[in-house]
Design a protein around this ligand. Sequence first.
Ligand code: FE
Length: 212
Amino acid sequence: MIPATRTVEERDVARCAELLGILFAQEQEFDPDAEAQSRALSMIIRNPEMGRIFVVEIDGVIEGMVMLLFTVSTVLGRKAALLEDMVVAPAWRNKGLGTLLINHAVDFARSEGFGRITLLTDRNNEAAQQFYRAQGFAQSEMVVFRKLLEDGTALNKCESNTWMCRECGYLYDPAEGDPESWIKEGTPFVELSCQWSCPVCFASKAEFDPFS
Ligand code: FE
């Protein structure tokens, strides 16, 4: 029954996507999309320079998660992080798991030389705001603006060079091709036959998503 925090692993993606579904269902601005969440989680796990995801486990079951996404603060002249996707399973709320996760993330950021952590929370979620204040976060006077790049996303889908396997995170890079399957360097993903499959986990071509 003792909660344990650790860094997320590829095998945790489905459970974390489930927790994000709970979070986004309660947030005003976002709707859950398990496939999108799994894709993003795999992207971070496979590219640790992007950020780090931490989970808290009880009896081997993940009951909460939080992530730090890495950026740079020119004000501080140091690395900075965005704290995102903090969620605890409903049955385990108000039992200290959130504090454990935040402390774990803050300790990590401190030990890695980060100078600041920024987070966003719903304007009307007073409980969350109180929680973050209690964790030593001060409310900023800055206002959040967003621009959704829907057209850009669609364009990327067609022009994307590198594609990622949704099952295992393998990246198909046309610059390398897939020598094991006799796919020459310079072969675009779209030109691969439908019979082609992931060289790591053998997932079908349809299981790949544009990556960059
Ligand atoms: Fe794969």
